[in-house]
Unconditional design. Structure first.
Length: 135
């Protein structure tokens, strides 16, 4: 006789916690996307992102409700703050990334650190983007 083991199916959910851009920085980002697409045929980012954003955390986990709880804790912990852009940067690779360079912000760094610390036990595969949770 062979003992039967119980196999637990792990259903992973992909997520990304992002800050959606607004105002002038959103308009400038959309203009940059349009220029890259229309003048240079570069549309990789704009065709795969819901909108210009700052990714604070991304990964896969089994319990998305725990991720949502962390977001609620962050919302209670941190007051709204403004960021100032400082030009564009480019990561040249097979799937290029064009990003906004930000002036140093202690508030953004604190928020990022809070999320990283709070999510480290939940996230199984970090840096995987799919579902966006807009902050």
């Amino acid at each position: 006789k062979q003992k039967l083991g119980i196999c637990r199916l792990l259903l992973m959910q992909k997520y990304a916690i992002v800050i959606k851009l607004t105002g002038e920085i959103l308009n400038n980002s959309l203009f940059a996307w349009s220029t890259l697409k229309n003048q240079f045929g570069i549309k990789y980012i704009s065709s795969r992102s819901t909108s210009p954003h700052i990714t604070l955390a991304a990964g896969q986990c089994q319990e998305i409700q725990k991720v949502l709880k962390v977001i609620k804790e962050a919302a209670a912990e941190f007051s709204p703050f403004e960021l100032q852009g400082n030009g564009l940067g480019v990561l040249v690779k097979e799937t290029p990334v064009i990003y906004i360079r930000w002036l140093h912000s202690k508030k953004l760094r604190s928020l990022f650190d809070f999320l990283e610390d709070s999510l480290k036990e939940l996230v199984l595969f970090p840096k995987t983007q799919n579902t966006f949770i807009i902050v």
